[in-house]
Design a protein around this ligand. Structure first.
Ligand code: M6R
Length: 612
């Protein structure tokens, strides 16, 4: 939810910290701050409310803050309003300990009371200040090392955290620890970097360590030592990040979201080709054997937000092709409902970040129940990727815009691949159908590119809809799954109230909301359901609605029944989601731009939801 960075080396730290934070702003953007240790062993803390720009202006892009060891933070408020006082870094009463934190300390009130009794005074409403003072308390009480102090604090803290901590007595060192919140550590040319996510350090290094859950590290210039909770040194393997630095830049587009929309043909193709060998899928890199595939009795797909919508679309495709029953569940519900899981089931967790707290908890719950787990994840080395029994990596590359587009599309592709492979291995489809369907999947990248060529039409339509108050997306079957994603894209970046409705449900209540000029978007890609959904749309028009129809080119003449028609290229209906979602992504994007909103950083949201 927040972004943290750290640096210790020979260069001036502040510009590097600000640059790193600018790549993490998608994680939180209500305030930001840095703390830098200068040559006289003083720590300068500078904070600003609002976007990172305010902090950059306050420090002349970091030039006025001297020193070569520091930490930084961009905040998404959990405890306490966005303000300079609540912004990180936070420090102990005497400035002995200074830290930044991403996560939530659940028992902070109890700890705060204890520390208040010990004489600590609190200046902010944050849980982070409590963590900082707890570390300071243990540091002084046991007179041990920073590792001992943080270890003691970790045992007392309940919740999630990625912490980067500086101690006055250890001028060029930063101490880090994590539990359920992401953090990577990079190293290059005698300097060391800390970040919540890869884009923040990609410009400086590709050599990274992944720090595990409940582990700590001492980060010195060009040297990182890892410890377990008992304070014993542990070994870590240095890994190389394959993403190239340009992938995390805007490449001439006005917004990351538009850039990422345009990357879809490539990344969807890359994800498909990553497992395609000699005309068939080879899932050996994923780690699922044919025997295991044959053994699956039931699939549970668990995810949040857009990844959940991928699951809903996948449910139709997997059940129809592979004939395996599929349940799709929200991570936040699954984790608390004590689900009954078939021991021969397969839990598939879908997540771009691989760090979504609810999805991660659902994965752990499934593992505890002894069910095989698999992750469809984009971020290499993320918690979900590391903890699942097998991983299907999507190759979307870094996704920066809060509203997902390319990650969603690659997740969809991964589920189609699984559906087809499961169907073939279990003898549910013939070799010929398998071959033809793979050929159909191979057409998707070009067809997405074709839809993007006509984006100006959507832009024009969006400009007419910018003042809309309510939009309804209606469809049946897979089209309903597409509606869910279209509706989320609309509301999250354009702040227009929108709802996705199973078209057949309209008459059970929602149609009472339809009045003059309300936009109803009908998604009509499924031949068997076309007539039914069109009838529901026409019923809305009779009550004053303005209709947009989204359908397949050459299949229907939707212009006769709607006010604005959008066509996508022909495709096997199982895979229509991959094409139909593109105009809906564009619609949300262009309405947001027309309203002058912050497309990449919508209010109240963060890219990666690492708290409940
Ligand atoms: O990183 P994840 O895929 O686990 O994230 C899940 C959701 O938070 C995410 O899909 C969210 O709904 C999107 N930002 C919406 O565009």
């Amino acid at each position: 939810m927040c972004g943290i960075v750290g640096f210790t080396g020979v260069q001036q730290a502040a510009p590097i910290l600000l640059d790193g934070l600018s790549k993490l702003e998608y994680r939180g953007y209500d305030s930001a701050g840095i703390a830098v240790r200068n040559g006289e062993n003083e720590t300068e803390v500078v904070k600003a409310k609002g976007r990172l720009k305010a902090l950059a202006e306050k420090t002349d892009n970091g030039a006025t803050v001297l020193g070569s060891c520091g930490i930084g933070h961009t905040r998404w408020a959990t405890h306490g309003e966005p303000s300079e006082g609540n912004a990180h870094p936070h420090k102990s009463d005497d400035g002995n300990v200074v830290a930044v934190h991403n996560g939530i300390i659940e028992n902070y009130l109890e700890l705060k009371e204890k520390l208040t009794r010990k004489g600590y005074v609190f200046y902010s409403e944050t849980d982070t200040e409590v963590a900082v003072k707890l570390i300071d308390y243990y540091y002084k009480k046991y007179e041990g090392t920073p590792i001992d102090a943080i270890n003691h604090a970790m045992v007392r803290i309940r919740g999630s955290y990625a912490l980067a901590v500086m101690f006055k007595d250890y001028p060029e060192e930063i101490y880090v620890s994590r539990k359920d919140s992401p953090m990577i550590l990079g190293i290059e040319d005698g300097e060391s970097y800390i970040a919540s996510d890869v884009p923040a350090i990609l410009k400086y290094t590709r050599n990274v360590y992944y720090i595990g859950n409940m582990e700590l590290a001492c980060v010195r210039k060009g040297e990182i030592t890892f410890y377990n909770l008992d304070g014993e040194e542990i070994e870590k393997e240095l890994k190389t990040i394959e993403w190239d630095a340009e992938a995390a830049e805007k490449a001439g587009f006005e917004h990351f979201m538009m850039k990422e929309i345009h990357e879809q043909p490539k990344v969807v193709g890359d994800t498909l080709n990553s497992v395609l060998k000699d005309g068939q899928f080879d899932l050996s890199s994923v780690g699922l054997s044919e025997e295991e595939i044959k053994d699956i009795s039931q699939i549970y797909i668990v995810a949040c937000g857009s990844a959940y919508h991928v699951g809903i679309a996948a449910q139709y495709v997997i059940e129809d092709l592979a004939k395996i029953p599929v349940r799709v569940e929200l991570g936040s519900e699954f984790r608390y409902r004590n689900p009954l899981l078939d021991p021969k089931g397969l839990v598939i967790v879908i997540s771009q970040s691989g760090e979504t707290a609810d999805s991660l908890a659902a994965l752990r719950e499934s593992k505890e129940k002894g069910v095989r787990t698999m992750a469809i994840v984009n971020v290499v080395g993320s918690s979900i990727a590391r903890e699942a029994d097998s991983v299907f990596y999507t190759l979307a590359g870094p996704e920066i815009a809060v509203a997902t587009t390319k990650a969603y599309s690659t997740q969809l592709m991964a589920t189609y691949i699984l559906a087809l492979q499961f169907a073939k291995v279990r003898g549910e489809i013939s070799d010929e159908t398998y071959k033809n369907m793979i050929a159909e999947l191979q057409t998707i990248p070009d067809k997405i590119a074709k839809i993007l060529e006509d984006k100006e039409r959507i832009q024009w339509f969006a400009s007419k809809q910018a003042n809309a108050h309510d939009v309804f997306f209606v469809g049946r079957g897979i089209d309903y799954a597409i509606c869910m994603e279209g509706s989320l894209k609309m509301k999250e970046i354009s702040y227009i109230h929108s709802e996705a409705y199973a078209a057949g449900e309209l008459k059970h209540g929602t149609i009472s909301l339809i009045e003059d000029d309300i936009l109803v978007v009908g998604v009509l890609t499924q031949p068997d359901l076309y007539e039914k959904t069109i009838s529901n749309m026409v019923e809305c028009r009779s009550r004053g609605a303005y209709l947009m129809g989204l359908t397949t080119f050459g299949q229907y003449n939707v212009e006769d029944s709607t006010d604005f028609a959008v066509y996508i290229p022909k495709i096997d209906p199982h895979f229509a989601t991959s094409l139909a979602v593109i105009p809906l992504q564009l619609l949300g994007y262009y309405i947001s731009v027309a309203k002058g909103l912050e497309v990449d950083k919508p209010r109240n949201l963060a890219k990666s939801v690492t708290v409940e």
